[in-house]
Design a protein. Structure first.
Lengths: 200, 573
C-alpha cells in the first residue's frame, strides 16, 4: 500500500471500494497503522490556520461589481523590477468611482495584509485619482522586499462600509473581509515578477 | 488532531472482521475453482466449443450480451496474451505448490493474496495456446468479480451520516448553485466545505513534499479560488455541476449506474460519438460492432444501446476494460496483478470523468434534481468535495498552482460532426487528389484507420504532415485553423465516400505501379519522375501539393497498396 492511498484515505478522498481496501489493510497491519499516523501528523502540520481573506487568483475579478487591473513596471534604466522599485497598477473604468475608495493589499509569509490605507486620513475615493483618456486610473505601488512572484490585490470599498480605524489591523479589516466574501466589495489580484537587484 | 476521528474508525473495529479480508484457505479455494474452470474452458475453446468460456465472462456486465461476448472471445483467440512461464504458473498452477503465508499475511484482501501468490510461486508452465487462453480467462474472471464488488457493490454498502440541520443547509446551497444565486451562500459554503478541500490539497502537498513556504500561498489561493472554481458560469462544465455529478455518483449501486439514467439525448449523442470516434474506446466500439465499417454508424448503435437501458453504460464500460486488458496483455504489458487492476482503474476513471463532464455541460437540472433527492446531503457533498479537490490539487501541482479557473479538470468531449458536410465540386476534386497523395506516400492503412476508427493509433510524422501541411484550409472544420485545425467533417465525408475515391483512382494506381519496370534500368530510373508525375497530374487539384521526390518509394508504396485496395473494393456491394 503506497502513501498516496493512505493520504487519500486521510483526506476522505477515496471511493468506497478503495476505502474498504485501505481499511482492511490497516486492520491486518500494525506497521501500516504506524505509517498512517505518521502521515496524519505530517498533513496536520501542513494545514496552516485558515485565513479569512478570500482574494481570488490573478485574472479572476471578484464581487458583484467586478473590475480589471493591469500592472506596469515603471522604466528604471531598462532593468527588471527589483525589491523596493515602484510599479503601476492601472484600474479599468468602473461605474460611480466616487462611491468607492481603494485599498491595496499584498500577500506575504503571514498571508494578506492591507498596505494602503493605513489610517482614515489616507482614504482616497477612486474618483480623486485622475483618469487617463482611456478612463484608467493609475496608482504607483512600491514592490516589497521578497524576490520572485509577488501577489497583490486591489479592493474597491463602498464609501458606506463601516471601518473602525481605532481597532488593530486584524479586527479593523473584518468588515472588508466580510464584504469581499459576500461580494459587496470588489477585488482583483495581480502578480508582479520581482528579481534581485544585480550589482552590474 | 484533524485526523483523529478518521483513525478511530479502524482502531475501534474488531480486528479481522472486515469484509474485504479473507483467509488464505478461502482465497486458495476460490483461486482453485477459477483456475480449474479456466483450464477446462480454454481446452473447450481450443476445440471450438465456447460454452464454458462464455460462462467465465458472466460476471462482466456485458456477459448477457451474446454478440459482445462473441466479439470478446474472438478477440481473445486472435490476440493471445504474451505471458511468461512464471506468470502462467502464478495463476494456473495448483495451490499446493505455493507456501501458505504466515502471520499478518495469512489474512489479506484478494489483491493482497494475488500479490503474494505472484511473488511466491516458483513453478513454470509452458506458454501453450491452451495455457495462455486459460490464464486470460482466469485473470478476467477474477477481475470481473473484483470490479463488481469494489467498483460497484461497495458504493451501496457505504452509508452517510444524517444531519438534518446541515443537510437542509446543503440542499439550500445546491438550489442556489443551480439558480446562480451564489453570493448569499459563499460564506456558508466556504465555512462548510473549504476544509475538506484544504485537507485534500494538504494530502497532495504532503505526498510531493512541497516546501512549506509555497504551501501557505497555495492555501490562500485555494481559499480565494474555491468559490470561483465552482461558480465559473461561463465555463462549459462549471465546477458546481461537476461536483453535483460526483455527489450523484454515490447515490446508487455504482457510480455509473447512478448517473447513467440522467444522461439526456444530447449528452448521449456526445458520449457515444466520442466513444466511437476517439482513442482507445473507439477500438472497443469497433470490436463490439464489427459489421459496421464507419464510426458514425457505430456511434448510433452505441447511442441506441445506451438509450434502451441505462445499465448498458456499465456493460459497455466492462467490455471496454475487457478489450483494453486483452490489448495490453497481447503486447506483454500489464501482466502483474496490480498492473491489470491499474488498467481497470484508469479506464473506469477516464470514462467516468467524461460522463461527468458531459452531464455537467448538458444535464445540469437533472443533476441538481438528483442531488436534492438524496439523504445525508451534507456528508455526501463533503466527501464529493474531498474527491474533487484531490483531483484539482493534483492538476494544480502539475501546472505549478496557477489556479486557472478556466481550465476544467476534465476536458469535455467536443461535439463531433454528426453528418458529412456537402462538398462543392472543387473541394471534392481536392479530396480526390489528397487521397491519391496519401496512397502514394504509403499511408493507405492509416487513412483507413483514421476514417473508420477516428484515429490512426500512432503519431506517424508522415501522416501528421499529410493532415497539417497538405490539405487545403478550406477542408478543415469550421472555426478551426492552424495548429488547432480539425478535420472531423472531412473524415465523415470520407466515411461515406472513401471507397468511391479509391475506386475512381484504381486504374491510376495500376498505371503507377506498372512504372516499377522503369526501376530496372538506369535510363528508366531517370525518366521515372517525369512519367510518374505525368500520370499523377491528370485531374490533379492545384490545392494539393504534388510529390516532388522519392518516386521509387512511391511506386513501391502504390504497388503495396494495390492488393489491399482491390480486396477492399471487391467487398463493395
Amino acid at each position: 500500500m503506497n502513501d498516496n492511498q493512505l493520504l487519500r484515505y486521510l483526506a476522505n478522498a477515496l471511493e468506497p471500494g478503495h476505502r474498504e481496501e485501505v481499511e482492511a489493510q490497516l486492520m491486518r497491519s500494525p506497521e501500516l497503522r504506524v505509517r498512517l499516523e505518521a502521515l496524519a501528523r505530517e498533513v496536520d502540520s501542513r494545514l496552516a490556520p485558515r485565513n479569512r481573506w478570500r482574494i481570488p487568483p490573478p485574472g479572476v475579478p471578484s464581487g458583484r461589481q467586478t473590475f480589471s487591473v493591469a500592472s506596469r513596471r515603471l522604466a528604471i534604466m531598462g532593468r527588471p523590477l527589483a525589491p523596493g522599485d515602484l510599479f503601476e497598477i492601472a484600474i479599468a473604468p468602473v461605474p460611480l468611482p466616487e462611491s468607492v475608495w481603494f485599498a491595496i493589499l499584498s500577500h506575504g509569509a503571514d498571508g494578506w495584509e492591507v498596505r494602503f490605507p493605513d489610517s482614515e486620513a489616507e482614504v482616497v475615493a477612486l474618483s480623486d485619482i485622475p483618469a487617463d483618456t482611456d478612463g484608467q486610473r493609475r496608482i504607483q505601488v512600491r514592490a516589497s522586499g521578497q524576490t520572485g512572484r509577488q501577489w497583490w490585490a486591489v479592493a474597491l470599498v463602498p464609501m458606506d462600509l463601516a471601518i473602525d480605524w481605532t481597532l488593530a489591523p486584524e479586527a479593523r479589516w473584518s468588515p472588508l473581509i466580510d464584504g469581499i466574501a459576500d461580494g459587496t466589495v470588489g477585488v482583483t489580484s495581480l502578480e508582479v515578477e520581482v528579481e534581485p537587484l544585480r550589482a552590474d | 488532531m484533524v485526523y483523529s476521528s478518521a483513525i478511530a474508525i479502524w482502531y475501534n473495529r474488531p480486528i479481522m472482521q472486515h469484509p474485504k479480508l479473507q483467509t488464505w484457505e478461502v482465497y486458495l479455494a476460490s483461486r482453485d475453482a477459477l483456475r480449474t474452470h479456466a483450464l477446462e474452458a480454454a481446452a473447450e475453446l481450443v476445440a471450438g466449443r465456447d460454452a464454458l468460456a462464455r460462462s467465465m465472462l458472466a460476471d462482466f456486465r456485458f456477459g448477457r450480451r451474446g454478440d459482445w461476448v462473441n466479439s470478446g472471445l474472438t478477440r481473445l483467440q486472435a490476440d493471445l496474451p504474451v505471458v511468461s512461464r512464471r506468470s502462467l504458473a502464478a495463476t494456473l498452477s495448483s495451490g499446493d505448490a505455493i507456501r501458505a503465508p504466515s502471520g499478518e499475511n495469512a489474512r489479506n484482501t484478494w489483491r493482497g493474496h494475488r500479490r503474494y501468490t505472484s511473488r511466491q510461486c516458483r513453478e513454470e508452465l509452458e506458454p501453450t495456446i491452451h495455457h495462455r487462453i486459460a490464464w486470460a480467462l482466469a485473470e478476467l474472471g477474477g477481475i470481473a468479480a473484483w470490479i463488481e464488488d469494489t467498483e460497484r457493490a461497495a458504493w451501496s454498502r457505504k452509508s452517510y451520516v444524517l444531519n438534518p440541520e446541515k443537510d437542509a443547509l446543503a440542499a439550500m446551497m445546491w438550489v442556489k448553485w443551480s439558480n446562480r444565486d451564489v453570493w448569499t451562500i459563499r460564506s456558508d459554503w466556504d465555512e462548510t466545505y473549504l476544509e475538506p478541500a484544504r485537507r485534500s490539497f494538504a494530502g497532495v502537498m504532503s505526498q510531493r513534499k512541497l516546501p512549506r513556504g509555497v504551501q501557505a500561498t497555495v492555501f490562500d489561493r485555494l481559499a480565494g479560488s474555491f468559490f470561483f472554481f465552482l461558480c465559473n458560469f461561463k465555463a462549459r462544465t462549471p465546477g458546481w455541476a461537476a461536483l453535483a455529478a460526483r455527489v450523484v455518483e454515490g447515490s446508487g449501486a455504482g457510480p455509473v449506474d447512478a448517473i447513467a439514467p440522467l444522461v439526456g439525448d444530447t449528452s448521449r449523442a456526445v458520449l457515444s460519438g466520442c466513444a466511437a470516434e476517439r482513442g482507445v474506446r473507439a477500438r472497443t466500439v469497433a470490436q463490439l460492432w464489427p459489421r459496421y465499417r464507419y464510426a458514425a454508424r457505430r456511434s448510433v448503435e452505441l447511442g441506441d444501446a445506451l438509450a434502451s437501458q441505462p445499465e448498458s453504460a456499465e456493460a459497455f464500460l466492462d467490455a471496454h476494460i475487457f478489450f483494453r486488458l486483452l490489448a495490453c496483455w497481447s503486447k506483454g504489458d500489464a501482466l502483474a496483478p496490480d498492473a491489470s487492476v491499474n488498467v481497470v482503474l484508469q479506464a473506469r476513471s477516464r470514462s467516468r470523468s467524461r460522463v461527468r463532464a458531459v452531464l455537467a455541460e448538458h444535464d445540469r437540472q437533472a443533476l441538481v434534481d438528483a442531488v436534492l433527492a438524496l439523504d445525508g446531503l451534507h456528508a455526501r457533498t463533503s466527501e464529493a468535495v474531498s474527491r474533487l479537490a484531490w483531483s484539482w490539487a493534483r492538476d494544480e501541482l502539475r501546472y505549478d498552482y496557477p489556479f486557472d479557473i478556466e481550465r476544467p479538470l476534465t476536458a469535455p468531449c467536443r461535439p463531433i460532426v454528426s453528418s458529412a458536410p456537402e462538398l462543392d465540386p472543387a473541394s471534392t476534386a481536392a479530396v480526390g487528389s489528397w487521397v491519391r497523395l496519401v496512397v502514394v506516400k504509403g499511408q493507405t492503412a492509416r487513412l483507413v484507420r483514421w476514417v473508420e476508427l477516428g484515429g490512426t493509433g500512432d503519431k506517424d510524422p508522415t501522416w501528421g504532415r499529410l493532415l497539417s501541411k497538405e490539405l487545403p484550409r478550406s477542408l478543415a472544420d469550421e472555426g478551426k485553423s492552424g495548429r488547432n485545425a480539425t478535420y472531423h467533417g472531412l473524415r465523415m465525408h470520407l466515411g461515406d465516400a472513401l471507397d468511391v475515391y479509391l475506386a475512381s483512382s484504381i486504374d491510376l494506381f495500376e498505371d503507377l505501379a506498372a512504372l516499377a519496370v522503369l526501376l530496372e534500368t538506369r535510363k528508366g530510373k531517370r525518366s521515372l519522375a517525369t512519367r510518374f508525375l505525368g500520370l499523377l497530374e491528370r485531374g490533379w487539384h492545384e490545392a494539393i501539393p504534388a510529390p516532388k521526390s522519392g518516386f521509387p518509394t512511391f511506386v513501391q508504396n502504390v504497388s503495396a497498396a494495390l492488393p489491399i485496395l482491390r480486396d477492399r473494393l471487391g467487398d463493395l456491394p
